[in-house]
Write a protein that binds this ligand. Structure first.
Ligand code: SAH
Length: 397
């Protein structure tokens, strides 16, 4: 196995089991290491410290093991079996009214670069590192052996998640099976999953618990679901007894998906309408036309406004602007579910942005709940960067 040698002292974070090695920590590498190869990492004293996937870029090694193990199918089987046990323990992998969950959440499951979501009989697998892409076939074999007949299809989807410069010839396609059945169930509600063209693995599985909470707040309310994508929050609101639900997304494809999903659960239900519009414009227009609806439950779940640290300031301004508009428009006694899924935006950053928005709108606001990612998106205690989703439920007087 090829080796990588660290600069003196640069093993400290690895002694605390942090799974990333940045390029600045590396003194030298053996010749001819290929991207995606499994490498052994040694300290300046030539002592073994970790094994991981090598990649060109700022994170050069993603650590798979600190125990000098061979990275083969057995290794992946073991990691996947633990991941499955965690999901059984949470209660998402063994419920009759739910067959949608995240089985592998990258570093959170000690498998950096790998995401696997389960939709009934189909596993959708994404590689976020070249190494995981290289290992996709043994991961798929391991997955088959761990899941037995509970899955029949494995769809591999990494076209947009890998560094395109690596020219890996990545493709989206089935590694097992090929069923076109695309309806899955979350907490008893049905939805279509578009593995091929949808964002992420086709559905945002990370909002399951927060959608359930929203359901409890929906009875008798007029609901506005901003950035609805496949309409997850909308059909929960309808089951919760909402008077009216409006879903908004700038993408027509998302609106079509939302309409299809609402129809699956509530055919011919006149309470729902969806609009392909910009969220900011839609908020501005509320209350401008006589007779147009006002809302007393608003969901704001925008895409990550900051993907990198240098975009943080502008992202925070974006969150403030968006939340301010919602505070200005929501009727008294209204509830706002507001989220940020930007990893670089901390809980405090986000709360500050929302606080500024509330103050600018001059509303009295109480925090009722502080929300986060669900347990099937676990955070590796040694990798705090894995915490990304945060939300607030607010009562607006
Ligand atoms: N709330 C969704 C996930 C939201 S993903 C769920 O529960 O599944 C973010 C969505 O925001 C995407 O569908 C994207 O099309 C949409 N979007 C991005 N910019 C937008 C804008 N300016 N106005 C409205 N929608 C936007």
């Amino acid at each position: 196995m090829k080796r990588i040698y660290l600069k003196r002292g640069k093993e400290e974070s690895l002694r605390r089991f942090h799974p990333w090695i940045f390029s600045g920590a590396i003194a030298r590498t053996d010749d001819g290491i290929e991207e995606g190869e499994v490498v052994e990492v040694l300290t300046a004293d030539k002592e073994y410290i970790a094994t991981g996937h090598f990649q060109i870029g700022s994170i050069m090694v993603r650590v798979l093991s600190f125990d000098n193990e061979t990275i083969d199918q057995k290794f992946y089987e073991h990691r996947l079996a633990v991941a499955l046990d965690v999901r059984r323990c949470i209660g998402v992998a063994n419920r009759t009214n739910n067959n949608t969950y995240r089985l592998v959440h990258g570093e959170g499951d000690n498998l950096p670069g790998l995401v696997i979501d389960i939709y009934d009989k189909t596993a959708v697998m994404q590689a976020h590192s070249v190494g995981m892409h290289m290992d996709r076939n043994i991961v798929a074999e391991a997955l088959k052996s761990v899941m037995h007949d509970s899955i029949e299809n494995i769809f591999y989807k990494s076209e947009t998640t890998l560094p395109f410069k690596a020219e890996l010839g990545q493709e989206n396609g089935f590694l097992l099976g090929g069923s076109k059945e695309d309806v899955a169930i979350e907490n008893g509600l049905k939805f279509h999953v578009d593995w091929l063209r949808g964002q992420k693995t086709g559905f945002f599985v990370d909002q399951r618990d927060n959608r359930s909470l929203l359901e409890r707040y929906s009875n008798g309310r007029t609901v506005l679901n901003m950035f609805c994508y496949t309409g997850g929050f909308s059909f929960y609101a309808m089951r919760g007894g909402a008077k009216l639900v409006h879903s908004v997304d700038s993408s027509q494809k998302a609106i079509d998906l939302t309409n299809a999903n609402v129809k699956l659960n509530f055919p011919d239900d006149p309470r729902h309408e969806a609009f392909a519009e910009d969220a900011f414009k839609f908020l501005d227009n509320i209350g401008q036309q006589p007779g147009s609806p006002t809302y007393d439950l608003i969901i704001l779940d925008p895409p990550a406004f900051a993907k990198h640290k240098d975009a943080l300031r502008n992202a925070l301004k974006g969150y403030t602007r968006l939340n301010q508009k919602a505070f200005e428009k929501i009727t008294p006694g209204g509830i706002i579910f507001t989220f940020s899924c930007s990893q670089v935006v901390t809980k405090d950053n986000f709360r500050n942005a929302v606080f500024t928005a509330a103050a600018m709108a001059g509303r009295k606001v109480r925090i009722l709940h502080q929300l986060h990612q669900p347990a099937d998106h676990p955070i590796n205690i040694y990798h705090p960067e894995g915490e990304y989703l945060k939300g607030l439920v607010l009562y607006v007087e």
